[in-house]
Structure formats: structure tokens, C-alpha cells
Design a binder for this molecule. Structure first.
Ligand SMILES: Nc1ncnc2c1ncn2[C@@H]1O[C@H](COP(=O)(O)OP(=O)(O)O)[C@@H](O)[C@H]1O
Ligand SMILES: [Mg+2]
Length: 256
């Protein structure tokens, strides 16, 4: 007689699918692109282990625009770094299109689709001229030099900084550097954008331009910032970190 009990693997896969469907229903967004399940981020310090965030069950769905607003030192950057494998999770796992990301090779693949614009924009720029830097990502994806340049110019134009294409990167202002770093990521046409304090060093006009761009961009976004007015304008799903837990907020007002 055949056993009625489902195979262990089948059951897990079914449960995972059920979770995805429930989440889709809750959020109204498409499939999950990247997720952390049962995650803990902790660091060894001279006084022992310091747990920064625990019980992380956090997903970014296709087209979802998420804001994460939390005080300094609460673990926002650590979360982005864990999601992209730059600092491994202490416990738990990262999923990319519902598949566990385990090896550095897997994370390298994830980072081609999950574009992380780090807080220190200057550290993300490696080449002496803007266009050279912006073209690097698409070239690295295997595009021909012509197509890579087309993509790079398009990304610069999208951000309204095509006039910077031939400028030397070490002469750029902080705000310009930030936009060039973002252009380098956009040129790779990621599925998800992770933005760490993107308004740092931007003046009011550049912040307004970035707000308009992010609103128009269909790419899913997780924006981490201490600038709540900016977040209100670029996101529709809001989270904070409270006592080491990621908390989903019903609306922007709950940031207060
Ligand atoms: N590599 C590390 N080693 C030890 N502690 C770290 C490391 N990275 C971050 N931390 C600590 O984790 C906490 C959260 O840091 P971070 O994620 O940068 O916060 P946020 O981005 O919210 O300001 C801080 O107390 C920070 O000192
Ligand atoms: Mg930070």
C-alpha cells in the first residue's frame, strides 16, 4: 500500500509555495525575488556576541518599493550586506527566486540581479572617467562593448547626468558621485535595487530628481535611509527595526 504521508522534500516545497502565495496575497505584489528566512545577524565583539537583528523573515517582491527607516546602528546596512552575501548571515538563509543562495558563486550570481548602491558612493567607483565606470557593469555581464556603452549612456541619461559622461570621477562632487554610482548599477538593469542612504550628500534639487527617478523606475527597491520625508515619497511598504526585530509598519505615519 502506498503511504499517504507526503515525502519530506515534497512537503517542504509545498509549504514554501504556500508561504509565497500567502505573501503575494498579503502584499499584492508579484513573486519574491530575494528573501531572508529565519535570519540572524550577529557580530563577535570583545564583550561577546552582539546580535544586531534576529528572526528575520523579510522578502522583496517583483516591483515592490520598500522603505526601511531606523536609527543609526540598528542594522540597516548589515541587512543589505547579508542579503547580498557581503557579510554572511549568522543563522538562516538567503533565497533568490526561491532557491537557497549558499556559495560565493551563487551570491555573485545574485549580485548581478540585485544591485546594491552602497552608502559610500566613492568606494563604488573604480575608473578615472564616468563612462568607463558606468560601462564596466554591463561589460562584466557579457554585453558587447557597443551594447554596454549604449546601456551606460542610457543609465546616465535616465539620471539626467549624461553631461558627466566624459568627466573625471575624482573631480566629481559628493552628489554627482552618488548618482554615477547609481548609474553604474542601473546600467546592469537589476531586478532589485538596494539603496543605502541614497540622499546622503545630495542637495535638494538632486534629492528631488532622485525621488522622481525612483518613483518612475519599475525596478523593485529597498531603500534604507534616515530621511523619512524622502522615504515617504519613494516607497509604499514601510519597515523599521525595533529591539533587533524588523517590524512591518501599516503606513508611513507609523515611522514616527
Ligand atoms: N563587521 C562588523 N563587526 C562588528 N560589528 C559590526 C560589524 N558591522 C556592523 N557592526 C555593528 O552592527 C551594528 C549595526 O551596524 P549597521 O548595520 O552599520 O547599522 P546602520 O546601518 O543601521 O547604522 C552596529 O552596532 C555596528 O557597530
Ligand atoms: Mg548604515
Amino acid at each position: 500500500m502506498r503511504s499517504r504521508k507526503p515525502k519530506r522534500g515534497t512537503c517542504r516545497a509545498f509549504q514554501r509555495l504556500l508561504t509565497v502565495v500567502r505573501q503575494q496575497k498579503r502584499t499584492g505584489f508579484g513573486m519574491r525575488v530575494v528573501a531572508i528566512e529565519n535570519g540572524t545577524i550577529a557580530f563577535a565583539t570583545e564583550n561577546g556576541i552582539r546580535t544586531v537583528i534576529k528572526d528575520i523573515d523579510f522578502s522583496i517582491h517583483e516591483g515592490e518599493k520598500i522603505a526601511l527607516y531606523a536609527p543609526n546602528g540598528s542594522g540597516k546596512t548589515s541587512l543589505l550586506r547579508a542579503m547580498t552575501g557581503l557579510n554572511p548571515l549568522t543563522c538562516g538563509r538567503v533565497l533568490f527566486h526561491e532557491t537557497a543562495v549558499c556559495s560565493e558563486k551563487d551570491f555573485a550570481r545574485l549580485r548581478r540581479s540585485v544591485g546594491y548602491v552602497i552608502q559610500e558612493a566613492a568606494d563604488q567607483i573604480f575608473f578615472p572617467r564616468v563612462l568607463e565606470d558606468t560601462v564596466f557593469g554591463p561589460l562584466n555581464l557579457g554585453l558587447s562593448p557597443e551594447d554596454a556603452e549604449k546601456r551606460a549612456l542610457q543609465a546616465l541619461a535616465t539620471l539626467g547626468i549624461d553631461s558627466l559622461a566624459n568627466r573625471e570621477t575624482h573631480h566629481l562632487s559628493g552628489g554627482e558621485l552618488r548618482l554615477v554610482a547609481l548609474a553604474g548599477i542601473l546600467a546592469m538593469e537589476p531586478e532589485v535595487l538596494l539603496l543605502d542612504e541614497p540622499t546622503n550628500a545630495l542637495d535638494a534639487a538632486s534629492t528631488k530628481r532622485l525621488t522622481d527617478i525612483l518613483r518612475k523606475l519599475p525596478t523593485a527597491q529597498l531603500t534604507v535611509s534616515h530621511d523619512s520625508a524622502f522615504l515617504r515619497n519613494v516607497a509604499e511598504t514601510f519597515y523599521t527595526i525595533r529591539d533587533g526585530n524588523i517590524v512591518h509598519l501599516p503606513d508611513f505615519q507609523a515611522f514616527a
